[in-house]
Design a protein around this ligand. Structure first.
Ligand SMILES: Nc1nc2c([nH]c(=O)n2[C@H]2C[C@H](O)[C@@H](COP(=O)(O)OP(=O)(O)OP(=O)(O)O)O2)c(=O)[nH]1
Length: 144
């Protein structure tokens, strides 16, 4: 299992998503920024490092939201989601992603999201008690 940490970065009612570069694994899918944990690192340390490397962001890692497991072919990913509060600063994509987007959780097109991220998105929506805007996710966080 790959241990991966990702950030659910919230600014008001918007959440930050990044699109994986088309040439990589899960290319073209949207995800929460983050990456693999290296030996000797804690998950929050790995996440702070990845946010800096991939987006040039300096953010405080908040509390653990949940963990999701998904198997992509022969590769298993254990994705640990952390809340992060946004502090205004420049976002610079350094190569892992080709786009970023601030979006309301209820507006996310679920089929364009990396599958491992779905349970974390649902957990966030449950916690925020946000209502769907387009019927893509019902109030309990289930896709329709
Ligand atoms: N960073 C991040 N990775 C995710 C998410 N959802 C998800 O399935 N993943 C997967 C994609 C990758 O297989 C792995 C994270 O690896 P990484 O971000 O360091 O990317 P990488 O290109 O080096 O990964 P890989 O080629 O070795 O698969 O977890 C997510 O929300 N954020």
């Amino acid at each position: 299992m790959l241990e991966v940490a990702c950030a659910l970065i919230v600014d008001g009612d918007k959440l930050l998503l990044c699109r994986r570069h088309p040439n990589g694994s899960q290319g073209g899918l949207w995800e929460f920024p983050g990456g693999k944990c290296e030996p000797g690192e804690t998950l929050p340390q790995a996440l702070a490092r990845e946010l800096k490397e991939e987006l040039c962001l300096d953010l405080e890692i908040g509390h653990h939201l949940g963990t999701s497991e998904h198997h992509y072919g022969n590769k298993g990913v254990r994705l640990h989601g952390y809340h992060c509060r946004w502090h205004p600063q420049a976002i610079t994509l350094t190569g892992s992603h080709d786009r970023y987007l601030w979006v309301e959780p209820g507006d996310i097109e679920l089929q364009t999201l990396a599958p491992a991220d779905l349970p974390l998105l649902r957990a966030l929506i449950r916690q925020q008690g946000s209502l769907p805007n387009n019927g893509a996710i019902d109030r309990a966080g289930h896709s329709t």
